[in-house]
Write a protein that binds this ligand. Sequence first.
Ligand SMILES: Nc1ncnc2c1ncn2[C@@H]1O[C@H](COP(=O)(O)OP(=O)(O)OP(=O)(O)O)[C@@H](O)[C@H]1O
Length: 316
Amino acid sequence: MIEVSGLRKTYGDFAAVVDSKFEIDRGEIFGVVGPNGAGKTTTLKMLAGLIEPTAGTATVAGYDAGDPEMRHQLGFLPEESPLYEDMTARSYLRFFADLYDVPHEVARDRIESTLDRLDLEYRDRRLGDVSKGMKRKVAIARSLVNDPDVLIYDEPASGLDPLTTNSVLEFTEELREDDKTVIFSAHNLYHVESVCDRVVIMNEGRIIARGSVADIRDQYGDTTYHVYSDTALDGTDPTADGRHRAVVETMAEVEAIQAAATDAGGSVTDIRTDEPSLESIFLELTGQQMPSPRTATDTEPASEPTTDQHEVEDAP
Ligand SMILES: Nc1ncnc2c1ncn2[C@@H]1O[C@H](COP(=O)(O)OP(=O)(O)OP(=O)(O)O)[C@@H](O)[C@H]1O
């Protein structure tokens, strides 16, 4: 569905993307990970036909990325997506559907079902008056008004509160069931681990590792998940604050605990990941500290399992 070969972008003497090569299958969710300045956005914009490559080729759904016809197959969510703040979610999305010549009834049904799936309230409220998370959801809905086969999402869940982050990641994952092909960039390895089939890790314009996140982690260290429930279960220990904690190593075990908690009439209230940080993987790969203050903050400590913290939907 997407083929990239020898893709390169230079600005004067500076190479933002160097000889990038990867292929993405239909229905696959593919992550592009790396610190600030790694070349993620430049790669995504070349795929979306918004920047012309200096060299190499990128084809999307059989079209050259620069071909205007390709746009009909594509939904692009930029990292920053300012909306028309005086419009409502509904009027804004209908406006974009009109730009794509989507028939009115089709557009109305598509918009409502997408907003239902995104659990978006206040559809008739002025966009200037809704939360950042709601704005992001509206921008995501905008990427789908033309029912494209390919979605390019630049940091879809970055900077959102935990509940909205979870909801956006779940929504992205469900796009696979609609046979959509999704490529998205993220700083946060948990974001890509929870939804992506495969990833490439970029640094200084180059792909320096590729594979499933699990493969990459297996190569560079072990992840553990600290799962907190409000109910005592097999394998949990009581914590000082009255909860019950299990420490496991796979997402399958996390899901088993969630199911056991539900069966016992309780729920999982928090999942914390203790994993080799993106920074430590980078250190392994490059022998250098990651040059990004923002990412260094995101992936902070080693002693406590707080490298990434996720509240689940039903957390109190
Ligand atoms: N128009 C431009 N002119 C010159 N340099 C640019 C231009 N656009 C991007 N760059 C540089 O190219 C490099 C890659 O930028 P890019 O935005 O692709 O990185 P990124 O991985 O998306 O980072 P971030 O996570 O901060 O968005 C950066 O060093 C950036 O400063």
